[in-house]
Design a protein around this ligand. Structure first.
Ligand code: MN
Length: 424
């Protein structure tokens, strides 16, 4: 279901006067607003295929109705988001939850919706029906070579699906690890995982990247074999130039300095990109920017500074993906909020007075450093983000338009109250 173009125009027309007043204020205050608007327009965030239905916890799941029932409907939802905000022009698939049975048709549909396929994600953290060997004690690290081979073959299969869709990266997140001291020989688990990853790496096409995602704990609670950025970087360095470390914001121990991790990975040319979300306690998978928007800004500040230092293209050289779970919100509303939060943090980072900050740093002027960062963070850039969206053909206020047009009710009408997204 797509929105009639004229409804977006009408919405923009009705909100235009107020918007222009706010925008003019910013244009007076800030230099280079045009440059920022064009960077914002180019910046696209991939929507994960697993985040379009209602998520849940191990205690329960409370469905919201009108969920996409198959890959085509998931793409339809992403297309709707992209139509509203013009910044969700990519989808990240999870295999086997969303196997493209007819890749030609899926590719044509993506073209029609102006979507591209971002990283494909493998899954060796669950057993699938009909699977020969269990991943109960790990996959790529498993003591039994036949289990490892099954996991390797699955990852190669995922690469093949990705090739058919025009994807150019594979994200590997492993739940491998141990729950109790003594359960695992850490060194052997690392070596086996490395050997398995090397086989998968060997199946990557030349223009592909492998993203090695880390996570501090859960589902294993004593050790994770790719538990932090150091371990991920070890793997990435040993694998070769096509392997990178993927940062999922929720995969750290509490209070980790993620912005520093990002800065150093960028310096080493080993940052893959992001899984955006937010958390209060652990891997909560909450809406990015909902708990700690200042941290998100600080991360983007390091990203912008670090990417500029390496002459990188902000939009294309890293992977920008959301990885969240929507347990109590409408998934589409949550994703609109997520993309807006990311765009805002990016915009705030773009207005940081970097030369002044660097000078203050060299002079040990700690007070000035804080003032410079917080001046950017406390500037309300929502009108600038809205302007970029409108110029690209989107809505000034996507969330408002989503509600005004009762889009969820329409989806429920089309798909039913009890529709459940595949994989959930
Ligand atoms: Mn993730």
């Amino acid at each position: 279901m797509l929105l009639n173009r004229s409804l977006i125009d009408q919405h923009n027309e009705s909100a235009l006067k107020t918007h222009q007043l706010k925008l003019a204020g910013l244009q007076n205050e800030l230099p280079h607003t045009e440059g920022i608007i064009s960077l914002l327009s180019a910046f696209q965030v991939a929507i994960p295929s697993w985040a379009l239905g209602t998520g849940g916890t191990r205690f329960g799941r409370f469905s919201g109705g009108g969920e996409p029932r198959n890959l085509e409907e998931k793409m339809e939802d992403v297309a709707l988001l992209h139509q509203l905000n013009r910044s969700s022009g990519a989808i990240s698939l999870h295999i086997p939850w969303d196997i493209p049975e007819n890749p030609k048709h899926i590719r044509a549909l993506a073209n029609q919706y102006d979507l591209r396929f971002d990283a494909v994600n493998s899954n060796t953290f669950q057993d699938q029906p009909g699977q020969n060997y269990s991943y109960k004690f790990g996959s790529l690290q498993h003591v039994d070579k036949t289990v490892r081979q099954q996991a390797i073959d699955h990852n190669i299969e995922v690469i093949k699906h990705g090739i058919e869709l025009g994807s150019e990266s594979l994200t590997v997140w492993l739940s491998d690890g141990s729950c109790f001291p003594g359960q695992l020989n850490f060194r052997k688990a690392f070596q086996r995982t490395l050997e398995s990853l090397q086989e998968i790496y060997g199946a990557l096409p030349d223009n592909w990247k492998m993203f090695v995602e880390y996570k501090a704990f859960e589902p294993n609670f004593y050790s994770m074999t790719v538990g932090d950025w150091g371990q991920s970087l070890l793997f990435a360095n040993k694998l070769g130039p096509k392997a990178f470390t993927l940062v999922d914001l929720g995969h750290h121990l509490p209070n980790a300095n993620i912005e520093q991790i990002v800065s150093l990975l960028l310096m080493e040319g080993k940052l893959a990109g992001f899984h955006f979300n937010d958390s209060k306690y652990g891997d909560d998978d909450l809406t990015v920017g909902s708990i700690n928007p200042y941290q998100l800004f600080l991360i983007f500040n390091e990203l912008v500074e670090g990417m500029n230092a390496r002459g990188m293209n902000h939009a294309k050289d890293l992977g920008w993906m959301i990885d969240a779970s929507h347990n109590v919100k409408d998934p589409l509303e949550d994703l609109l909020q997520s993309v807006e939060a990311i765009q805002l943090a990016y915009a705030q980072a773009l207005i940081v007075d970097t030369p002044a900050l660097q000078k203050a740093q060299e002079n040990n002027d700690v007070v000035r450093c804080q003032e410079i960062l917080q001046a950017a963070y406390r500037t309300d850039l929502r009108p600038l983000v809205a302007e970029a969206r409108m110029r690209a053909g989107g809505a000034l206020q996507p969330l408002q338009l989503f509600r005004e047009q009762e889009l969820r009710q329409q989806l429920i009408k089309a798909r039913g109250e009890k529709a459940i997204a595949t994989g959930l």
